[in-house]
Write a protein that binds this ligand. Structure first.
Ligand code: UGA
Length: 440
């Protein structure tokens, strides 16, 4: 069994560390945030990730947490880099945290560096050159990108579709492959640049699928088709598959927005205009704003109207608010003069101008519209007679097609899904006319 130092105690670093410990390796996780390390040392989790606590408990004698670089690196066979690579103002990936890890390595380091963080293609070559310039020629370098999704990260790590390993030297790749003994998955062995590109291309392809189905949904609304049925019919083609065809309010999160932007910039910096990816990103920006048009169609001008945003995290089963569509919606609604209430079962974000509520019912009380932004299963219970009576206008805009339109309408709500047939009876007569400015 190997000794592995993991740099970065975020979603990726903690899941990687916990799962490697579960596979029997000795793991030390190092982070720069004292409060984060203190929490972990007393068995508290700084993030919400289903299943992670159990894995950590199970392997607690094989995993430790430290602020100290030397403590982490001493005796380590591998140094996994799992730090954040957020976008810079220019849209490129900000690699400063990655470089800090490389620069902090002691001069006598001998462990193999394994890059888990998502980095632009060419990063491995730059790190290799920097190591050689420091005389650390014997330090190996391997790219081992992650494909875990938040909310299912532990399962995704333990039962992945594939493990990708890009190495400069075969024996370094072999050693990283051996770390994954116990995981039953195809292993893709390749060069470092290709491994880096696999990660970026996979995420770019996934967002392309979502933006594609979102545009199909938008056309469905105009021509009277139902995107749910369309996605089922399309996804059953084995060449296309059923995944990532859920139409909605747009994609967000800690990875898709930054990785698609980083690939777009990488291409542009290399002299290529990635037209398709540019459109995919633009479609997503517009998608987040379409809810406003739907609300206006029902309510007229939004000034003074109360809107409940239900589900704030970028997707269910996470507390992560990074690039959450709810943030764009809230600020657009506030800019239009609407009063915004928010509810989420886990995320407690401070969004300026948004009053957080303890329950969906509290959020919709007195509201002119309820918008399902994130498909938390709790919201399946939303359409009740009590909720309808509590609302000023019983309108549900279902940004995730969570609810059954017929059942919701039968309860007396006006309902608008995404890419679903719009019922003419849904438009509330008293609110449909845009309010006219009156000059007194
Ligand atoms: C994503 C990828 O799914 C992982 O494979 C990848 O490892 C990870 O990014 C990463 O690069 O670290 P994640 O961001 O956790 O994982 O979440 P997803 O479940 O992929 O959802 C991302 C966004 O797409 C969410 O806003 C979700 O609502 C949206 N989405 C997803 C749709 O709108 N429709 C779909 O059909 C699927």
């Amino acid at each position: 069994m190997a000794r592995i130092a993991i740099f970065g105690a975020g979603y990726v670093g903690l899941v990687t560390g916990a799962c490697f410990a579960d596979l029997g390796h000795d793991v030390v996780v190092r982070d720069v945030l004292p409060e984060r390390i203190e929490q972990l040392q007393v068995g508290e989790l700084p993030i919400y990730e289903p299943g992670l606590e159990e894995v950590l408990e199970r392997s607690s004698d094989r995993i430790s947490f430290t602020l100290d670089v030397r403590e982490a690196v001493t005796g380590a066979d591998f140094v996994y880099v799992a730090v954040g690579t957020p976008p810079t103002y220019a849209g490129d990936a900000d690699l400063s945290a990655v470089w800090t890890v490389i620069d902090e390595l002691p001069d006598d380091a001998s462990a193999t560096i394994v890059m888990k963080s998502t980095v632009p293609v060419g990063t491995g070559e730059k790190v290799r050159a920097a190591l050689e310039a420091r005389g650390l020629d014997s330090v190996g370098y391997v790219s081992n990108p992650e494909f875990t999704a938040e909310g299912t990260a532990v399962r995704d790590f333990m039962e992945p579709d594939r493990v990708v390993i890009g190495a400069f030297e075969d024996e370094d790749g072999d050693a990283v492959e051996a770390l994954h003994t116990g995981i039953d998955a195809p292993v893709v062995r390749t060069d470092v640049n290709s491994a880096e590109m696999i990660k970026l291309a996979a995420n770019a392809f996934l967002v392309t699928r979502i933006s594609f189905i979102n545009e199909i949904a938008n056309v469905c609304e105009l021509v009277g088709a139902d995107v749910q049925h369309v996605a089922t019919g399309v996804g059953l083609d084995h060449r296309l598959g059923p995944h990532f065809l859920r139409a909605g309010i747009g994609w967000g999160g800690s990875c898709f927005p930054k990785d698609s932007l980083a690939l777009k910039q990488l291409a542009a910096n290399s002299g290529y205009h990635f037209q398709l990816l540019n459109s995919v990103i633009e479609v997503n920006e517009l998608q987040k704003r379409r809810v406003l048009q739907k609300l206006e169609r029902h309510l007229g001008r939004l000034r003074g109207k109360r809107v409940a945003l239900l589900g704030l995290a970028f997707k269910p089963n996470t507390d992560d608010m990074r690039e959450a569509p709810s943030l764009v919606l809230a600020s657009r609604l506030i800019a239009e003069g609407a009063e915004v209430r928010g509810w989420d079962p886990v995320a407690r974000p401070e969004i300026q101008g948004v009053a957080l509520c303890a329950t969906p019912l509290e959020a919709v009380t007195g509201a002119d519209a309820a918008v399902i932004v994130t498909e938390w299963p709790q919201l399946l219970e939303l359409p009740t007679e009590e909720a309808r009576k509590a609302m000023r206008h019983p309108l549900i805009v279902d940004g995730r097609n969570l609810l059954d339109p017929a059942a919701v309408r039968a309860l007396g709500f006006a309902y608008e899904g995404t890419g679903r047939r719009i019922s003419p009876t849904d438009v509330l007569p008293e609110a449909a006319e845009p309010e006219l400015e009156t000059s007194e």
